[in-house]
Design a protein around this ligand. Structure first.
Ligand SMILES: *Cc1c(COP(=O)(O)O)cnc(C)c1O
Length: 363
């Protein structure tokens, strides 16, 4: 991934946004944080936003904002980045995993219902790789069981589901602005967006020591704020997000054309507008995937595994007592998936080089 291709053309604009803050010195909760919160919420098609320290913290603060914690259960995909689950654990609640759908790797709505218990309070669908979850099916279940829907949109800034922005489909959504995300800062950052004004007001206190006025603290809380400098950078970059996502989508379409038939390529459904945070193909076997990875590495094509080991088999979650075979689709996806290069403004010659190299491997 080459961040320079995004930052190079707008470097002056980015510099000016940061320099203004150095002059002013309003590093914590400056006006730029509020501006960005408004602009980002509007972009997502919702009323309110709150800037926070990371995407992981965004998820945790939503849970705490909804009073979900000790004694509660939250359903999360087995196939996701570990932060989705650790945010639940940090809130005091227990993550309950549901297996993936083979076609797109997202949580399988059909596997959710059997995971619901009397303790279940919420579901966190993750729009993995920037590809929207089948939200209709999720919302049908959550309405029937009266559960909260918290979107983990940390890989899906700007994606759409049936014409609606990701982030506007549940009760609240969490975004990460880690530098490598589709919208990334110059360091860590995160945000919550929601139409629930009470939730957002509470989160703004939770992120700031539970303060209602300076040095008066109404409840146990945290320091999980978004820096003014990060907010200013993100506000500049937000203007270009749609263009960057369009560029990713075009590259993905070209890769799809060149690679289908050789490997399983991401399916682009007509009701979804994915943003290709990652472009993940699947080989037929783990061995084939590993050999393809080595082959591409020798050709200077960097690839990644997202993710090499499912959460339920991580040592960090050994306390849950889960074992190999418990989430077979997730395990299969971890073994066969390979992420190819994907970022805005990939050149045709780069895309063709990737396609030709994969072809060479299979010839
Ligand atoms: C990146 C990511 C997170 C965590 O975001 P941070 O800002 O790194 O804390 C959570 N969930 C998913 C799906 C992610 O990709």
């Amino acid at each position: 991934m080459d961040l320079q291709r995004m930052h190079g053309p707008i470097k002056k604009e980015l510099e000016n946004s940061v320099l203004g803050i150095i002059d002013k010195g309003n590093f914590i909760l400056g006006k730029q944080v509020e501006d960005f919160e408004k602009n980002f919420a509007k972009y997502c098609g919702v009323k309110y936003g709150a800037g926070v320290s990371t995407g992981t913290d965004a998820l945790e603060l939503i849970l705490r904002g909804f009073d979900i914690g000790e004694g509660d259960e939250v359903i999360v995909p087995a196939n996701t980045f570990i932060a989705t689950a650790t945010a639940v654990s940090s809130s005091g609640a227990k993550p309950i995993f549901a297996d993936a759908k083979y076609e797109d790797g997202n949580i399988n709505p059909k596997k959710i219902e059997r995971k619901i218990s009397r303790k279940t309070k919420a579901i966190i669908p993750v729009h993995l790789y920037g590809n929207p979850v089948d939200m209709d099916e999720i919302l049908e279940i959550t309405a029937r069981y009266n559960l909260r829907v918290i979107e983990d949109a940390c890989q899906a800034h700007g994606a759409k589901y049936m014409g609606e922005r990701i982030g506007s489909l549940g009760d609240a959504a969490a975004f990460s602005f880690y530098p490598g995300k589709n919208l990334g800062g110059f360091g860590d950052g995160g945000a919550i967006v929601s139409n629930d004004e009470i939730l957002i007001e509470k989160i703004k206190k939770l992120r700031n020591y539970g303060q209602t006025e300076k040095y008066f603290h109404d409840f146990f809380a945290f320091n999980k704020r978004l820096d003014t400098i990060q907010a200013a950078v993100l506000d500049v970059k937000l203007k270009y997000l749609d263009e960057w996502n369009e560029s990713r989508r075009n590259s993905a379409k070209k890769l799809n054309e060149g690679l289908s038939g050789l490997v399983k390529v991401p399916n682009i459904e007509t009701i979804k507008n994915p943003v290709f945070h990652l472009y993940v193909i699947r080989a037929k076997t783990e061995n084939e995937r590993d050999r393809l990875k080595d082959f591409l590495q020798k050709k200077d094509i960097q690839t990644g595994l997202h993710y090499p080991r499912p959460i339920h088999l991580q040592k960090a979650y050994s306390n849950l007592g889960l074992k190999n075979g418990d989430y077979p689709v997730t395990e299969e996806l971890c073994n066969k998936g390979l992420s190819l290069p994907m970022f805005p403004y990939m050149k045709d010659e780069e895309i063709n080089y990737i396609i030709d190299s994969v072809k060479e491997f299979y010839s």
